[in-house]
Design a protein around this ligand. Structure first.
Ligand SMILES: [Zn+2]
Length: 426
């Protein structure tokens, strides 16, 4: 009886140790929560073992050996319990909790794991008697579970799509939807996908496949969710430098004035464009879909990046993508940018269409349209390739103040290897 209890308790503790290690990997909050749970567990065990020991002492005789074993178990357990109490006391004052909340508040896109950690610490601080705290923790636990499952599902669907299979993706797997459409349809995100993604984000913070320009979800880790970003051989942006291969064709924009449709999609300021504006590339028409900004410029020329770049994203009737890039160099105030910034939302949200504001994207172009040209990719996940880039040699000005007003401090992907490509120029 006592022996079997010991085995059970040993197995339980081993399992607990594994869980604590796992939680430690997830974040301090989760770890602290488990320690707190372990503390409670250890205390129960001490009580049980003490009771058993008392009973055993009374019986004496053949249980003496087991009694020794029990005493051996008691020592380490008491130490563990003391350590757990210390951890709990550190959080109980609320100061550690406050620090943690402040640190997390700076990060607007907390992962489900981090939210779970935070919920764990709240539970630790406020105690398991508060039903609201407990339910918040359970919700966070559910979310982490779901996020993990969803990652697996999305990865599988993404792999199937990449292998050319027809996939009916989960609405949460926003990026694979795009890949399933093959070879990308617009630049950084198609309009339809954008709506899907931002809608999903609003309803459910953890639903969209999340990426960023720094931290755990930064460019060096995009490849984990979006294999092309890591393994593609024709990725963008590039450091543009000679020798260049001469091409003889030219590009001719024919952009029309239309209503200003502007949004902050969480990664950039984007302006959506009504049908009718075209870019002719060697005579072939490409429809302008949207344009957006990066700070600093994603492309470098001879290793040097500019203050910003605007990417005009076009699509042919066959679904081929072409990006016209205009580098924005530090200089005088740009009146066209001024109009845009006046209406650019500071926070992520749906498209805005300010009443009575007409805009012609052609006003952002320099007079000279000589270009560098190469085959590249979307510069954001899923990094789909076969995107034609035309980066203008001539730049336009933007003032220091205007750069500072752009709501993203850094939204440029690092330079990508040239590999077998040759950069062309006209
Ligand atoms: Zn771009």
């Amino acid at each position: 009886m006592i022996f079997s209890f010991l085995i059970k308790s040993y197995t339980m503790k081993k399992t607990l140790a594994i869980v604590v290690l796992l939680l430690a990997a997830l974040g301090a909050g989760g770890f602290a929560y488990l320690q707190w749970k372990a503390s409670a567990g250890a205390k129960t065990e001490i009580t049980t073992l003490t009771e058993k020991a008392t009973t055993a002492e009374q019986k004496q005789g053949d249980v003496e050996k087991e009694l020794e074993e029990l005493k051996e178990k008691l020592g380490p357990l008491q130490v563990t319990a003391q350590q757990m109490e210390a951890v709990k006391a550190a959080f109980a004052s609320g100061v550690t909790m406050k620090d943690l909340e402040a640190a997390y508040a700076k990060d607007k896109n907390l992962s489900a794991e981090r939210l779970l950690g935070l919920a764990g610490v709240r539970l630790l601080t406020k105690g398991g008697q508060d039903p609201a705290t407990v339910s918040a923790f359970e919700k966070a636990l559910e979310m982490t579970d779901w996020t993990r499952q969803q990652k697996v599902i999305c990865a599988a669907q993404y792999a199937l799509a990449a292998a050319g299979k027809e996939v009916k993706p989960l609405s949460e797997c926003a990026m694979p939807t795009q890949v399933a459409k093959a070879e990308g349809k617009t630049d950084d995100k198609s309009e339809a996908d954008k709506k899907e993604t931002s809608g999903a984000k609003k309803d459910d913070k953890h639903a969209a496949v999340h990426w960023d320009y720094e931290g755990l979800m930064g460019p060096e880790n995009w490849g984990k969710e979006f294999p092309k970003c890591a393994r593609g051989k024709e990725q963008a942006p590039l450091d543009i430098k000679g020798p260049f291969q001469k091409v003889r064709f030219s590009i001719a924009p024919d952009y029309k004035t239309g209503p200003l449709r502007i949004l902050n999609n969480g990664h950039t300021i984007q302006v959506n464009v009504n049908p009718g504006s075209k870019l002719r590339i060697d005579g072939a028409p490409f429809e302008l879909v949207q344009f957006h900004f990066h700070r600093p410029s994603e492309e470098a020329i001879n290793g040097r990046r500019q203050a910003m770049v605007v990417h005009f994203v076009h699509k042919s009737s066959g679904g081929e993508l072409a990006v016209l890039g205009v580098l924005l160099q530090m200089g005088n105030e740009n009146p066209v940018i001024k109009t845009l910034w006046e209406h650019a939302p500071a926070k992520e949200g749906p498209e805005q269409q300010p009443e009575g504001v007409a805009f012609n994207p052609a006003n952002l172009l320099p007079r000279e349209l000589d270009f560098y040209h190469y085959d590249g990719s979307l510069t954001t996940p899923p990094c789909t390739e076969k995107v034609k880039f035309y980066i203008l040699r001539s730049m336009v000005n933007i003032s220091r103040e205007q750069v500072a007003q752009f709501p993203f401090k850094m939204n440029a992907r690092p330079l990508q290897p040239l590999n077998e490509r040759v950069i062309m120029s006209n």
